[in-house]
Design a protein around this ligand. Structure first.
Ligand code: SAH
Length: 396
């Protein structure tokens, strides 16, 4: 087997079982491994450390499959990991009220670069790393034989594939996909998910618990859902008896699906306003008009995938949070999120403190918000905790 030989002292992160090997840590590659092939990772003194998928084009040159020298990387290992991941969801997600679940969450489930989302009988898969791509056919066979999937669709049309030297691909892998869209239920709320044209694999499953929190708080509130996508937070607020909801998103398609979702759940359309607009602009308009709300949700897209873009991202977060704090009524609530890998929870909290200071408001954190339990975070892989949020109350 080919080998990655590390530079002296660079085995430390592997000993702590962090699953990535950066190219700068590698002294040399022994042999001629192909893209995604399994290689042994050895220390400068040639001690076995791990077995990894080789990705020569990426800054992350290796992603660990196993730390055990006697464990082969083969379909049996993949099957065991996939079944274990699926099984853990049975215990952590309320599957009586929800049929849309992330079954495999990459590194944290021991399957670097593999994402598998279930939308009822339809499953959507993403192969995000060279290693996951290398085992694609075997993984499809495992999903076919070991799960209840009737349809499997691929959404490997995502930027990170480029870093791995992989093309953007999407399409049907098995079953008969009759429509672009599937119906799901999440905490008894129904949604239409566009698995072909929607974002990610079609839906933001990671926000499930936070949408539920919004529902519980919304009674009699005027709610502004910024970056609403297909209405997840707004619809929950309506179920929670909000007085009104306003959704702002730049995507016509997303707002159109939000409208369908409101009909699907028999909710009162008279309470709803749709605004197809840039959130940065719209918040300024609201501030200038003196319009105020009781609950504001800010769930923007990733501003900084890596720490290199953190500075620009910080300006974006500060801007929208400052404006949101201004348009909140005293006692009002802000649910604010960052899904940027390059912005830590600590940094995000600092940005919010800066925004509150500049907005000249006194505010408190009521809750810290995170991704749902089907997006687990391996303790050795803190990067897995990408969704950070705060529930903030404006005191005055
Ligand atoms: N809260 C949603 C997910 C939000 S995803 C849920 O629970 O499902 C982010 C959304 O922001 C996407 O729908 C995208 O179309 C929208 N978006 C991105 N940039 C925007 C901008 N500058 N102004 C308005 N919407 C934007």
């Amino acid at each position: 087997m080919a080998e990655l030989v590390l530079k002296p002292g660079r085995e430390r992160s592997l000993i702590r079982r962090h699953p990535w090997i950066f190219s700068g840590a590698v002294a040399r590659v022994v042999g001629d491994p192909k893209l995604g092939e399994t290689v042994d990772v050895v220390s400068s003194t040639r001690e076995f450390l791990a077995r990894a998928a080789y990705s020569p084009n990426s800054n992350i040159i290796g992603r660990i499959w196993t730390w055990k020298e006697n464990e082969n990387v083969d379909p049996k290992l993949l099957q065991g990991r996939i079944l274990k991941a699926i099984d853990s969801r049975q215990k952590t997600i309320d599957l009586f009220h929800t049929d849309a679940v992330r079954l495999v969450h990459g590194e944290s489930d021991g399957l670097p670069g593999l994402i598998l989302d279930q939308y009822g009988d339809t499953y959507v898969v993403q192969f995000l790393s060279a290693g996951a791509e290398y085992w694609k056919e075997e993984i499809i066979d495992i999903i076919k034989s070991e799960t209840d999937a009737i349809v499997l669709y691929e959404r490997s049309d995502i930027d990170v594939r480029e870093l791995e030297g992989l093309p953007s691909i999407s399409g049907l892998l098995f079953g008969q996909q009759l429509e672009d869209r599937v119906g799901i239920t999440e905490n008894d709320v129904k949604y239409i998910v566009d698995i072909i044209n929607g974002h990610k694999t079609g839906f933001y499953l990671d926000q499930r618990d936070n949408r539920f929190i919004a529902k519980k708080m919304a009674d009699d509130l005027e709610v502004l859902d910024c970056f609403s996508y297909t209405g997840g937070f707004a619809i929950n607020a309506l179920f929670g008896n909000a007085k009104s909801v306003t959704m702002v998103d730049s995507s016509y398609l997303a707002l159109n699906t939000a409208r369908e979702n409101i009909f699907l759940n028999n909710l009162d359309m008279d309470k709803v306003t749709f605004i197809e607009q840039d959130v940065f602009k719209h918040l300024r308009t609201l501030r200038d008009n003196g319009t105020s709300f009781d609950l504001v949700i800010l769930d923007p897209p990733k501003f900084a995938p890596t720490s290199a873009q953190a500075e620009r991202a910080v300006r974006g977060y500060k801007d929208i949070n400052l404006l949101a704090l201004k348009i909140l009524r005293p006692g009002g609530l802000l649910m604010t999120f960052s899904c940027s890998g390059g912005v830590s929870e600590e940094l995000f909290q600092k940005v919010l403190a800066g925004a509150a200071l500049d907005a000249e408001v006194d505010s408190v954190i009521l809750r810290r918000l995170h991704q749902a339990a089907d997006h687990p975070v391996n303790l050795n892989f803190p990067e897995g905790a990408y969704l950070k949020g705060f529930l903030i109350q404006k005191r005055g």
